[in-house]
Design a protein around this ligand. Structure first.
Ligand SMILES: *Cc1c(COP(=O)(O)O)cnc(C)c1O
Length: 369
């Protein structure tokens, strides 16, 4: 990694490989066949990462991940639908805000920040609110780093014939997901998370037979997934200006992903990053917020030290000066900060980050424990 700019220990944007950044050093015509072949090969590869080739289609969407979440909810949920949202963090809460804006009925299942959603509780919600038609489930709640049990939730949705829309933003590519026979109807992610591309493009992978029923349903023109899909099938092009450089860089990032061994290899590298980080931080006295059983390998939330010299802004600045960018906490009840384990980084980078954190603690006179 070049010493000239800091390593991002943030879960998107994140540190990309030099080859991925180099793919952005030329311009592309959005109507040009060469660019359109890149888009279609990217979509084909995204489908194959989650084994969706047979029954699903991949629709790319301009914008950050939230644009694609909003596009999926607006396109796939009918106006008279009702969405169950198990809520254990900020990204679940964002789904609720989107539904509210669109005037779609919803039921939330309030959970603690460290409490995974449970299939039996979701099943009980189906019984007490029979009007529920859809479930919007965040797979990996990035606000704490918590992994929800997607397979069990998908099975319960299939059993009760509820449509399941999954925000797999920070799990796609790292956590195994197999759409075949899964009960998942739609899966959403973006370029700048575990695929290690730059930010700027999201995508939804949707069951084809479901998407076919969704013409003219979206209240938004720009975020209409059905319209984007139909236009792209007809012309090979995006409806409106595509983020050309981001698509080209994502192509390169997916090539690297495949060359490195695909999802299993990515999961293994991130697990090594997480283990190295937690071990090093434990030695300094920092404690993870989540119990190990629900801690993902993508991002770790640490309790802030209870010390009068602790100020996140000073800590951040000291660690940044040593070449690493940390992430503030996103929990409402406890004071925390976060360290991302994803991006083109390895265990050596995590060890150097822990050393930078140790030096910052020393320099600022913080008593960690
Ligand atoms: C990153 C992320 C999103 C999208 O956030 P953007 O800021 O729009 O990229 C949505 N859900 C989860 C779980 C995420 O980690």
């Amino acid at each position: 990694m070049s010493a000239s700019f800091p390593i991002l220990l943030t879960p998107g944007p994140l540190t990309t490989a030099p080859a991925t950044r180099e793919a952005m050093l030329r311009d592309w015509g959005s109507w040009d066949g060469e660019f359109n072949r890149i888009t279609s090969s990217v979509c084909a590869d995204l489908l194959s990462i989650v084994h969706g080739e047979d029954e699903y289609v991949c629709i790319p969407m301009q914008g950050s991940g939230t644009f694609s979440v909003e596009a999926a909810l607006g396109t796939l949920v009918p106006r008279n639908g009702c969405v169950l949202v198990p809520n254990n963090g900020a990204y679940c809460a964002r789904i609720v805000r989107i539904l509210e804006r669109m005037g779609i009925a919803y039921v939330t299942l309030p959970l603690e920040d460290d409490e995974p959603a449970r299939a039996d509780v979701i099943e009980a919600a189906f019984a007490s609110a029979p009007g529920i038609t859809h479930v919007a489930q965040v797979h990996l709640e990035t606000s704490a780093g918590l992994l929800n049990p997607l397979d069990e939730i998908a099975a319960v949705c299939a059993r009760h014939d509820k449509r399941l829309i999954v925000d797999a933003m920070s799990s796609f590519g790292a956590v195994p997901i197999d759409l075949r026979g899964s009960g998942i109807d739609a899966l959403i992610s973006a370029s700048g998370k575990c695929l290690e591309g730059p930010p700027g493009m999201g995508f939804a992978i949707v069951r084809r037979t479901l998407l076919e029923q969704c013409a003219q349903r979206s209240p938004s023109l720009a975020l209409d997934l059905h319209d984007q899909w139909v236009y792209m099938r007809k012309t090979g092009q995006w409806r409106f200006t595509p983020p050309t450089h981001v698509v080209a860089a994502l192509r390169r990032a997916i090539d690297a992903f495949a060359a490195q061994g695909g999802q299993p290899a990515r999961a293994a590298r991130y697990a090594g990053n997480r283990a190295t980080l937690i071990e090093g931080m434990n030695a300094l006295g920092f404690l993870p917020f989540l119990p190990a059983a629900v801690q993902s390998d993508v991002i770790v939330t640490f309790h802030a030290p209870r010390d009068e010299n602790w100020r996140f802004a000073d800590f951040y600045a000291a660690v940044r000066a040593a070449g690493f960018i940390l992430y503030p906490g996103k929990l409402t009840r406890v004071d925390t900060f976060r360290v991302g384990c994803i991006g083109a980084i390895d265990a050596g980078d995590m060890r150097r980050a822990v050393s930078a954190i140790a030096a910052a603690v020393e320099q600022l006179g913080i008593r960690v424990r």
